[in-house]
Design a protein around this ligand. Structure first.
Ligand SMILES: [Zn+2]
Length: 248
C-alpha cells in the first residue's frame, strides 16, 4: 500500500474527510506532472483551489520526484514570462564533500502549475523552462551540476551580512532579485571563484538560519528525493559589472 503524503497545508485545506478520500484515491493514481501511473512507495498530493470558485478544490497526485505535496495556484495559460519574484533564496557554503562551489538555493513560495487541458494534467511552469536553459535534475547536492552559461548571478554589497542578489536568465528573465543573508566569508570565496551552484526546488530551507550545516542536510535530502534542478552559474560583483559596462 502506498503512503499518500499530504503537507500540513494540504491536510488543512482538505479537511478530515478529504484527507481520507485522498488516501484512498492515491492508491491508484496517475501522476499529474508526468502523466504516468504512480507505483512508487510514496504519492504526493497537490491541491489547487479553482481560480473561479475557491470553494472547489482540485486534488492531484504526483510522484515524489515530480513534485512535493503542496497547495498551488492553477492558471489557465502559461504566463509570458514564466519566472517570477515569489522565490526565496538561501545562501550556503560549499558542501562538506563533493563539488567545492558556494551554493545558492532558490525555492518557489507558491509554485504555479499550468492546466494543459480540462482533465488532470498539471505541468510545473518552472521546471521545463529551467531544463531547457541548461538546468539538470540532480540526485545529490555534492556532484557538480551542469553549466547554465546564459544565467548570471550578480551580488551587490558583498561586504555586508545582507547582500543584494539578482539571478537572471539569458533572455533577461529574473529568477530572483532581493536581499540575501550571507554566511561569513561567503562573498569573498564565491566572488574569487566566480561560479556558484544554483539549486531550484522545494527543500524547506530557512534563508536566515545560522546553522548552514542543517540547511545543507535539507538540501541534500531534497536532492535525493529528486526535488531539485541545478546548474552552475557565473557569479559577479555588481561593482565589477558596473565598472566594465562603464568602460565599454
Ligand atoms: Zn510523475
Amino acid at each position: 500500500m502506498a503512503t499518500v503524503h499530504m503537507s500540513a497545508a494540504v491536510q488543512e485545506l482538505l479537511g478530515p474527510y478529504g484527507v481520507a478520500q485522498a488516501r484512498k484515491e492515491g492508491q491508484r493514481a496517475q501522476c499529474a506532472t508526468c502523466t504516468k501511473w504512480i507505483s512508487t512507495k510514496t504519492v504526493n498530493v497537490v491541491v489547487t483551489p479553482d481560480p473561479r470558485d475557491p470553494e472547489t478544490l482540485r486534488v492531484f497526485f504526483v510522484h515524489p520526484k515530480c513534485g512535493a505535496s503542496q497547495v498551488t495556484t492553477l492558471v489557465r495559460e502559461a504566463p509570458e514570462n514564466p519566472t517570477s519574484d515569489d522565490f526565496q533564496m538561501t545562501v550556503l557554503p560549499p558542501p562538506a564533500d563533493g563539488h567545492r562551489l558556494p551554493v545558492l538555493a532558490a525555492e518557489q513560495l507558491c509554485p504555479t502549475f499550468v492546466s494543459q487541458d480540462a482533465t488532470t494534467e498539471l505541468i510545473s511552469v518552472m521546471s521545463p523552462y529551467l531544463q531547457e536553459s541548461g538546468f539538470g535534475l540532480v540526485s545529490d547536492a555534492s556532484s557538480i551540476p551542469p553549466p547554465a552559461d546564459q544565467w548570471t548571478a550578480v551580488l551587490d554589497e558583498p561586504a555586508t551580512d545582507t547582500g543584494l542578489l539578482s539571478v537572471a536568465g539569458g533572455r533577461g528573465e529574473v529568477l530572483y532579485a532581493g536581499p540575501v543573508h550571507l554566511p561569513p566569508g561567503w562573498s569573498r570565496t564565491a566572488l574569487a571563484g566566480g561560479t556558484v551552484a544554483l539549486y531550484v526546488g522545494p527543500a524547506g530551507l530557512d534563508p536566515t538560519s545560522p546553522d548552514t550545516a542543517a540547511q545543507q542536510r535539507l538540501l541534500e535530502r531534497a536532492a535525493r528525493s529528486g526535488q531539485l534542478l541545478a546548474a552552475r552559474v557565473p557569479l559577479v560583483d555588481y561593482t565589477t559589472l558596473a565598472g566594465s559596462a562603464g568602460a565599454s
